[in-house]
Design a protein around this ligand. Structure first.
Ligand SMILES: Nc1ncnc2c1ncn2[C@@H]1O[C@H](COP(=O)(O)OP(=O)(O)OP(=O)(O)O)[C@@H](O)[C@H]1O
Ligand SMILES: [Mg+2]
Length: 275
């Protein structure tokens, strides 16, 4: 049995089917990227893995146990950062640490918070409020907070999508470095195929919704550490990128051709004679 498993998972919102029959098996220490279009159901998938949503059919299992709610074994970096605006950067992280390790002394907690802030190069911002930070910095606080909780699994919901290319690149390198040092199990949601190829062991494309499903996995055999600039000239990287991109485009085209292209004609008007 894999460490993190989805078997036949479906999720609906009301009458709308968002995810349909998802099977996904992730080994301990693996880095898996899920790539898909906007609105396909990626955040819904993360919420199911986090236990914030429960499936309508199928099961989510972590280390053999059915996921029935959120837990400290899974750290989530949400798409919208979700920091508490009235707490400083350090306090946001300390609050999360406190909830998990309430018996720690203030000194131990503070050392732990500072170490994780240093990991994401944010030591200088420890006493700032979230509104005083750029989007990229907030995202890094969110990553530091998830890491400080020392979860077994990191669930990253497009953590870099709101960032400019330069910040995005440096945070990608940080995520790669932290993963190499710690070997946590990581599920990264992304809309960027290159990002998946830079970071993951395996990439799994998702079809557009409604009723999204997972496509065939693509293993990424590129050696690590991976250098973005060098990869651009790597034949294997180019081949993988082309094959994932064309799978996604084909999936979108299939979805489009399956959808009705024209609204049905309105029923013919029945002349009513008023007498
Ligand atoms: N709580 C909810 N209630 C009703 N519908 C929802 C809810 N959450 C998501 N949806 C719908 O489910 C679908 C998938 O949403 P989801 O947020 O999972 O997509 P996504 O792939 O994460 O999109 P994005 O790339 O834009 O973040 C969308 O059509 C969305 O409107
Ligand atoms: Mg989303």
């Amino acid at each position: 049995m894999a460490f993190l498993e989805l078997n036949g998972v479906s999720k609906n919102f009301g009458h709308a089917s968002v995810l349909r029959g998802l099977d996904l098996h992730i080994e301990r220490g693996e880095f898996v990227a899920i790539v898909g279009f906007s609105g396909s159901g990626k955040t819904t998938l993360i919420n199911l893995l986090a236990g914030l949503l429960l499936p309508d059919a199928g099961t989510v299992r972590l280390d053999g146990r059915v996921v029935a709610g959120p837990g400290p074994d899974r750290g989530v970096v949400f798409q919208n950062y979700s920091l508490l605006p009235w707490l400083t950067v350090a306090e946001n992280i300390a609050l999360a640490v406190d909830s998990l390790f309430p018996s720690w002394t203030a000194a131990r907690r503070s050392e732990h918070v500072d170490r994780h802030l240093a990991m994401v190069n944010l030591s200088a911002a420890r006493d700032k409020l979230p509104r005083q930070l750029s989007g990229g910095m907030r995202q890094r606080v969110s990553v530091a907070r998830a890491l400080a909780m020392d979860p077994q699994v990191l669930l990253l919901d497009e953590p870099l999508s709101a960032l400019d290319a330069l910040t995005r690149g440096s945070l990608q390198s940080e995520i790669a470095r932290i993963w190499a040092a710690d070997r946590k199990t990581v599920v990264l949601i992304t809309n960027d195929v290159d990002e998946g190829l830079l970071l993951a062991d395996r990439i799994i494309p998702m079809t557009p919704g409604p009723g999204a499903t997972l496509g065939p996995e693509i293993r990424v055999p590129l050696s690590r550490p991976r250098d973005r600039k060098e990869l651009n000239h790597d034949a294997e990287f180019k081949r993988l990128r082309a094959s994932i991109t064309s799978w996604l485009l084909d999936a979108a085209a299939r979805r489009k051709s399956a959808a009705p292209t024209r609204l049905p004609a309105p029923p013919a008007l029945i002349p009513i004679t008023l007498s």
